[in-house]
Write a new protein. Structure first.
Length: 210
């Protein structure tokens, strides 16, 4: 039987922190420069809407639509391809694919930049499906996306969800899926108490040895 791999994107497959923060900082410097220090220390992982709200704070939400518009204009059209994949990700994905496993993406990242990067890396044929948060307006989190996907768990030998932040671990916990924590990602300083971690990995390639 095949295995099913449910993969986060930013902080798991690709190191997007530098590119994303570059764009957040550029827009913040223009619209609300006093929040730049917050941006420098924020965790990459939440949706654009959530991150924008945290940057602006409640008092400045009148700038929300403008902030997101400016971010998309810079990130989607100018900076997106400055995103490197982590070491041996391409090799590892291809090995899983050759093994006959099913590989899927579940991410808070918006659909447009996600598919731009997938196309850039030549991964279009690797994934069984790609689920981006903005494609599921009724879903509040990754667990709800997985519920909507109606995965047939009984057809798989094992199912793993791999991610680097709490939202990934929480989704795996709710869905009763084995969670692999990517230590190399962005959630290293989050409070992981209460999240069942099946195994921690220090590089993506480690999953080939499970």
């Amino acid at each position: 039987m095949a295995r099913l791999w449910l993969l986060d994107f930013d902080g798991t497959l690709v190191d997007s922190e530098k590119a994303i923060k570059k764009c957040y900082l550029e827009v913040t410097m223009e619209l609300l420069p006093e929040r730049c220090n917050f941006v420098k220390n924020m965790i990459i992982g939440p949706t654009l809407d959530e991150s924008s709200r945290m940057i602006l704070t409640y008092e400045n939400l009148s700038l929300l639509d403008e902030f997101k518009y400016k971010f998309k204009a810079i990130y989607d059209e100018k900076v997106i391809l400055e995103t490197p994949q982590y070491n041996r990700v391409d090799y590892t994905l291809n090995q899983l694919y050759k093994n006959g496993d099913h590989i899927c993406i579940i991410t808070n990242k918006r659909s447009r930049p996600t598919h731009k990067l997938i196309n850039h890396y030549g991964w279009n044929n690797i994934f069984l499906w790609v689920a981006c948060m903005d494609e599921f307006p009724k879903a509040k989190n990754k667990s709800e996306i997985l519920t909507l996907k109606k995965i047939k768990k009984n057809i798989y030998k094992d199912i793993y969800l791999i991610g680097d932040t709490l939202s990934d671990g929480e989704a795996a916990k709710i869905q009763k899926i084995k969670f692999l924590k990517a230590n190399y990602g962005y959630g290293r300083n989050q409070n992981w108490k209460g999240i069942p971690i099946y195994r921690s990995i220090n590089k993506f390639e480690d999953i080939l040895f499970l």
